[in-house]
Design a protein around this ligand. Structure first.
Ligand SMILES: NC(=O)c1ccc[n+]([C@@H]2O[C@H](COP(=O)([O-])OP(=O)(O)OC[C@H]3O[C@@H](n4cnc5c(N)ncnc54)[C@H](OP(=O)(O)O)[C@@H]3O)[C@@H](O)[C@H]2O)c1
Length: 155
């Protein structure tokens, strides 16, 4: 099964996504949206994001990318090259790319869809999503929440 890649990210208008290994805000509604979008799918994430989550996410196939040949991630599968995904047994064809910045940058050319939670306000941050808008032909506002807007970009 050849995978397809969908990005899921929460960012602000400056494309801020992270601060000191965590996320610059706490939005429970966005966490619910994230769960709804990702449940039942393989998740591709970087080693740092996996460690910031602190545990594998239930109901999803957790796949962690690292260059560390000895890395062990309990409850997750470890890969060392994204090409390995092409030969893996996947619980669904649509792989959700959930960050962080290094993994978004690496997979950006392959994303056929991108779910953005555009968070209101400006935030202190040290990690940013790459420039992306020029790569997508369509931008649809899916839902307006109090503190963020769910926007779906497609190629
Ligand atoms: N707002 C959001 O939606 C969101 C989502 C996810 C994460 N975040 C935030 O983003 C930050 C983390 O992002 P980050 O960019 O620092 O880290 P990251 O992308 O989560 O992980 C980076 C790690 O992935 C591995 N890696 C990267 N490229 C690789 C490649 N080509 N081949 C093999 N392994 C590779 C390396 O692991 P090794 O060092 O082990 O080799 C690298 O250190 C945190 O603050 C997190 O909270 C925000």
């Amino acid at each position: 099964m050849t995978p397809t890649y969908t990005g899921v990210v929460a960012m602000d208008a400056e494309r801020a996504i992270g601060l000191r290994g965590g996320i610059p805000w706490h939005l429970s509604e966005d966490m619910r949206l994230f769960k709804r979008l990702t449940m039942g799918h393989p998740l591709l994430m970087g080693r740092k994001t996996f460690e910031s989550l602190g545990r594998p996410l239930p109901g999803r196939q957790n796949i962690v990318l690292t260059r560390d040949a000895d890395y062990i991630a309990p409850g997750a599968q470890v890969i060392h090259d994204v090409e390995e995904l092409e030969d893996m047994e996947l619980m669904a064809q649509e792989v959700m790319v959930i960050g962080g910045a290094q993994i978004y940058s690496l997979l950006l050319p392959r994303l056929t869809r991108l779910h953005v939670s555009l968070v209101l306000g400006s935030h202190e941050a040290d990690t940013f999503f790459p420039e992306f808008a020029h790569l997508f032909a369509s931008r649809v506002v899916a839902e307006q929440y109090e503190q963020f807007t769910h926007i779906i970009y497609t190629r």
